[in-house]
Design a protein around this ligand. Structure first.
Ligand SMILES: Nc1ncnc2c1ncn2[C@@H]1O[C@H](COP(=O)(O)OP(=O)(O)OP(=O)(O)O)[C@@H](O)[C@H]1O
Length: 325
């Protein structure tokens, strides 16, 4: 069994932070010479032992930020430190490892040969244990090319564990895994996290963030827009979802009730997001034939939509103000 905390202490740096991104900016230039800012002043501190979910819509800058954390690309401005040293130094020392979305595997090798070959680069690595942790022992004789996408992700996970990292960075690690594989994967990650390993993972599965992260960091357009526990983020975006079965005509009338922000039809139900669920309930019960009425707190997904939409509105308002000046 690995004792991450003692091992971390023996590796030196006393920084309580596993990762620190300070005012990080990354720009890309396209073929036409147009400059695009993918990461725009990102500030993020991750304490040792935290399990952090990194959320954001497509193109928000998650992968670019992760690439900078791993030293795969350098920021144009700002600074990235891992355990108080540069990402390159932390990676060289085997303190940080990653499961990325693609690449890094040789299709003609077997699973076992891949793990043993990489293990030879890490003194003290235990390839059999890492295969067991990633639940791929039974796949050992299979060629990588014959593994499914989810199985290849499990193989990448086993490889990431070889250096016994203090910090594991996962970019959409469960993409392509079925429900059982995802559950087993998170059980293995949580076990290592419980022993002190720091974990940061990007995901599009909100329920993974909700269930497995101590902390959720949401980014949009390359900057942090929310940071806290999943429940604190849900609470911060006040509002509830009220749903009921009612006719499209009545749903149209109800959606004009003050405080109703949006409505959507799924199956026979209409879902209203609103700031005043009591007022909406009075209208539904008193003025319509609605039945099977349900009131639910916002899901993390709804909070996420509200936060990213709101960030867009704030930015549009700021731009309009600039144009008017
Ligand atoms: N090498 C590059 N050259 C030009 N633009 C890039 C490059 N890499 C990323 N981008 C752009 O930067 C933005 C952020 O991309 P990034 O991959 O970091 O987003 P993401 O949050 O990981 O998105 P997704 O959820 O879709 O994976 C996107 O608009 C992307 O097109």
């Amino acid at each position: 069994m690995i004792d991450y905390q003692n091992r971390t202490a023996s590796r030196g740096t006393a920084s309580p932070l596993a990762a620190e991104l300070s005012s990080v900016v990354k720009r890309f230039t396209n073929a036409k010479g147009e400059v695009f800012t993918a990461v725009n002043g990102l500030d993020l501190r991750i304490r040792r032992g935290e399990v952090v979910a990194f959320l954001g819509p497509n193109g928000a800058g998650k992968t670019t930020s992760i690439d900078m954390l791993l030293g795969l690309t350098r920021p144009d401005e700002g600074e990235v430190r891992l355990f108080g040293v540069s990402p390159e130094q932390a990676v060289r020392a085997g303190r940080v490892a990653a499961v990325l979305q693609s690449g890094g595997l040789l299709p003609d090798l077997t699973v076992e040969a891949t793990v043993h070959m990489l293990a030879s680069l890490h003194p003290g690595a235990d390839p059999e244990r890492c295969m067991a942790r990633a639940n791929i022992t039974e796949l050992r004789a299979r060629r990588v090319a014959a593994c499914s996408g989810g199985e290849q992700q499990r193989l990448r996970f086993a490889l990431a564990l070889l250096s016994r990292p203090d910090f594991l960075v996962l970019d959409e690690p469960t993409a392509g895994m079925d429900v059982v594989a995802r559950r087993d994967f998170w059980a293995a990650v949580r076990e290592d996290a419980a022993r002190g390993m720091t974990v940061m993972f990007a995901t599009h599965y909100m329920e993974e963030a909700d269930q497995f992260a101590d902390r959720v960091v949401m980014i949009n357009k390359g900057a942090v827009v929310a940071d806290g526990s999943a429940s604190s983020i849900r609470a911060a975006t006040s509002g509830r979802t009220v749903s009921a079965v009612l006719s499209p005509y009545e749903a149209g009338l109800v959606s004009r009730t003050p405080g109703v922000r949006s409505s959507a039809v799924r199956g026979e139900r209409t879902y209203f997001t609103c700031t005043d669920s009591d007022a909406l309930l009075r209208v539904l019960v008193g003025e319509t034939q609605a039945r099977d009425i349900e009131v639910a707190p916002r899901s993390l997904e709804e909070a996420f939509m509200a936060i990213t939409e709101n960030a867009g509105r704030v930015e549009n308002a700021a731009n309009a103000q600039k144009e008017n000046v």
